[in-house]
Design a protein around this ligand. Structure first.
Ligand SMILES: NC(=O)c1ccc[n+]([C@@H]2O[C@H](COP(=O)([O-])OP(=O)(O)OC[C@H]3O[C@@H](n4cnc5c(N)ncnc54)[C@H](O)[C@@H]3O)[C@@H](O)[C@H]2O)c1
Length: 275
């Protein structure tokens, strides 16, 4: 998969950053939304490599099926890899969440983790952004997270964990992304509300706030020399991050090492939130 490319920029690092195993994850079951590519695909692969059964769900069902097959081949050599089952799903539809949660519980006999990862990023300044773009952004990025948490909570037992994908855009405003910034600020705040209420069921809810991570969503940065140079100049670590570099924080949040951590957000942004 192309997402394994090494990070870009003068502060380039090499080698995989994810060596943590977290043996307690083995035998558990997870749903990852938006898993056909990008970070979601790497999350699904990292979990499967550690013996977690995964439903990877994406609106692009064909791409999801291909990715699930690639991940199965990738992790085949791991010790006791988890299964990866592909599902078509539109996160804006509450009924799709319920169907995916029920299929995970049926297929694997349990549901322990839910990663609300699917997201969209329309680039448009306030004078240009259309009602359709605004509604789609809020529907996928915010309603999708809330529906996911609802379905997860109906099927999880105490000890379950939900991770939502927020963004540096939740705390730093950039031109051309008002709807996206608003949606990700909502995800960060929603994570806290969910943590308070789902704590009653022993379910933890945390978020991850990535900065510039090198995926299809940020291809425009890589392809625009000015935008790329700007990113490399302003990010304190002077490089883009790789999807693999978000895996470690995800595994930590799901693991028993974080069992008293809820309602928290981890920034994985090379320091971008400070500039
Ligand atoms: N890449 C970054 O720099 C960055 C930074 C901050 C936050 N994030 C967030 O991290 C998450 C993953 O980002 P990525 O860069 O891997 O994105 P990506 O665009 O590479 O992948 C997103 C996936 O979500 C799927 N998707 C979109 N709409 C959907 C829907 N309605 N239902 C189901 N699936 C849907 C897409 O088909 C795609 O496979 C997103 O929530 C994104 O907003 C990304």
């Amino acid at each position: 998969m192309s997402e394994t490319a090494e990070p870009t920029g003068p502060g380039r690092v090499v080698g995989t950053p994810v060596t943590a195993v977290y043996p307690e994850l083995r035998g558990k079951a997870a749903v990852v939304t938006g898993a056909a590519r990008g970070m979601g695909a790497r999350f699904a692969a990292a979990l499967a490599a550690r013996g977690v059964d995964v439903v990877g769900a994406d609106i692009d069902a064909d791409a999801m099926a291909v990715t699930a097959k690639e991940i199965a081949e990738e992790v085949a050599g791991a010790e006791g890899p988890g299964r990866v089952v592909a599902a078509g799903m539109d996160v804006t539809r509450a009924e799709d969440h319920e169907a995916v949660a029920a299929s995970a519980a049926r297929e694997f006999g349990r549901l322990d983790f839910w990663i609300n990862n699917a997201g969209i990023f329309p680039f448009a300044e306030v004078g240009d952004v259309t009602p359709a773009q605004i509604r789609a952004t809020l529907s996928v990025n915010v309603e999708g997270v809330l529906f996911g948490a609802q379905a997860a909570a109906r099927h999880m037992r105490p000890g379950g964990a939900i991770v939502n994908m927020s963004s540096v855009s939740a705390v730093r405003v950039r031109r051309g992304r008002g709807a996206y910034c608003a949606s990700k600020a909502a995800v960060a705040h929603l994570t806290e509300s969910l943590a308070v209420e789902l704590g009653d069921q022993g379910i933890r809810v945390n978020s991850i706030a990535p900065g510039y991570i090198d995926t299809e969503m940020t291809r425009w940065v890589r392809e625009d020399p000015k935008a790329l140079q700007h990113a490399l100049d302003v990010v304190p670590l002077h490089r883009l991050g790789s999807p693999e570099e978000v895996v470690g924080p995800l595994l930590f949040l799901l693991s028993d090492s974080a069992r008293y951590v809820t309602g928290h957000g981890i920034a994985v942004d090379g320091g971008s939130r400070h500039v």
